[in-house]
Design a protein around this ligand. Structure first.
Ligand SMILES: NC(=O)c1ccc[n+]([C@@H]2O[C@H](COP(=O)([O-])OP(=O)(O)OC[C@H]3O[C@@H](n4cnc5c(N)ncnc54)[C@H](O)[C@@H]3O)[C@@H](O)[C@H]2O)c1
Length: 389
């Protein structure tokens, strides 16, 4: 096993971008990755300026991702980047991810993976034939107490799961922010860039992955209601759905970006035959555990009473809050560990506990299925009350 620092290239994440800087911090947090190359923006000038601002060496501060791919392939193998992080808007993921995969680089791509299941399937085939690793930054599964919840459910601590409630509520798109030129709002509400879904794809995809990761349950069918509340908006900004899982568990998922006052209010509750769990992303250092007939307990990150997955995903003693960066870094650390031991195959993601390409492909399928369900009225029963004449 090689413990050397891995070389990471980055596409996207230039000046004014949101998530690229989080990726850079997370990738570097444990010294597993060093940002070595990049094509950080959508024009050559902005790419160069952005790369200089984050300290990229001139010779690996590329004008665009194709130049980065060519430039890195020209270098001797032992100085090329090991992996590339793709942190651009959704419409660009497929082409960039496929090109780097086919050239033999490991890839970490942000969510939602791609626009269509056909693209996801092609990407899965590319990864399989290249023998590379592929991670998708579903960072919420990196939280220690999310890992604890998963371990508790797997160990039967709440019994067989009956009901799941997951909600991801934001309020930042309650008004027509896209008209103001705010760039994150502009591309997220443009179906050509974001994909056919709005809130459903942007944050509903996180909710779907969190449920799958924590409960291990497989979705059997969904009944979906999508709305666009803000006039003129071209994608949904509010999604609600009923969930049926294989094996009989039931659930509800809401993902909305018009909940005034909400910031990143992601909450997962799971109830089984003998207990219940409650975790919130805005209080990520606590996990509430209810057991039938007993007072509720609050498990706190960093304590020795937690299981091995939560303990190894923690860096600070209890009481010093850890949050978004550290959870993100846990995805990078697991991905890096898999690279270092030379892991291959699609199963490597589950074995090393990072979200992989199959999770990304399942997320794309979820979005497509939800859009199809929302277009169908078949399962809805008219519930309007008409007062007697
Ligand atoms: N995992 C998470 O929690 C999380 C959070 C936010 C965003 N995201 C995802 O990350 C991605 C980026 O989102 P964001 O909010 O940072 O967007 P953003 O608009 O803030 O940043 C996108 C960056 O990509 C650059 N870019 C665009 N096209 C490019 C190209 N062809 N080559 C190189 N750079 C290019 C832009 O110049 C910009 O720097 C999206 O897929 C989004 O869904 C994930």
């Amino acid at each position: 096993m090689s413990e050397r620092t891995l070389r990471l290239g980055m596409v996207g994440g230039g000046q004014g971008a949101f998530i690229g800087a989080v990726h850079r911090t997370a990738a570097a947090l444990d010294g597993v990755f060093l940002i070595t190359a990049g094509a950080l923006s959508s024009t050559p000038e902005r790419s160069r300026a952005s790369g200089t601002a984050v300290g990229l060496p001139d010779d690996r501060n590329y004008p665009d991702w194709r130049a980065m791919l060519d430039g890195e392939l020209r270098l001797p193998r032992d100085s090329r980047i090991d992996a590339v992080a793709i942190v651009t808007p959704n419409d660009t993921h497929f082409e960039i991810a496929r090109a780097f995969t086919q050239a033999g680089f490991h890839v970490l791509c942000d969510k939602p993976l791609v626009h269509t299941s056909a693209q996801a399937a092609e990407l899965v085939r590319s990864v399989r034939s290249a023998g590379t690793l592929f991670a998708v930054s579903y960072n919420y599964s990196g939280y220690p107490l999310v890992k604890q919840a998963r371990e508790l459910i797997a160990a039967g601590a709440i019994g067989r799961v009956r009901r799941v409630s997951v909600e991801y509520h934001q309020g930042w798109l309650a008004a027509n922010l896209e008209q103001s030129g705010q760039k994150q709002a502009a591309w997220r509400t443009d179906p050509a860039r974001s994909g056919a879904a709005g809130a459903l794809g942007d944050i509903g995809s996180h909710a779907e992955q969190l449920v799958a990761y924590v409960t291990g349950l497989e979705l059997e069918s969904i009944c979906v209601d999508l709305s666009t509340f803000v006039p003129g908006r071209r994608v949904d900004d509010d999604a609600g759905m009923l969930l049926r899982f294989v094996g009989g568990a039931r659930g509800a998922l809401t993902a909305s970006q018009v909940c005034v006052g909400c910031e990143n209010d992601l909450r997962l509750r799971v109830w089984g035959e003998t207990g219940g769990l409650d975790w919130r992303q805005e209080q990520p250092n606590e996990l509430h555990l209810a057991t039938l007939g007993e007072p509720e307990r609050v498990l706190r990150r960093g304590n020795d009473y937690l299981g091995p997955a939560a303990r190894s995903a923690t860096r600070l003693p209890p009481g010093h809050p850890e949050a978004f960066f550290e959870a993100f870094a846990n995805v990078y650390r697991a991905f890096g560990a898999a690279i270092r031991v030379g892991a291959t195959g699609l199963e490597a993601a589950a074995q090393h506990d990072f979200p992989g390409i199959l999770d990304g492909a399942r997320g794309v399928h979820f979005i497509e299925t939800a859009l199809a369900s929302a277009r169908s009225d078949v399962r809805w029963t008219d519930a309007r009350f008409r007062p007697p004449a």
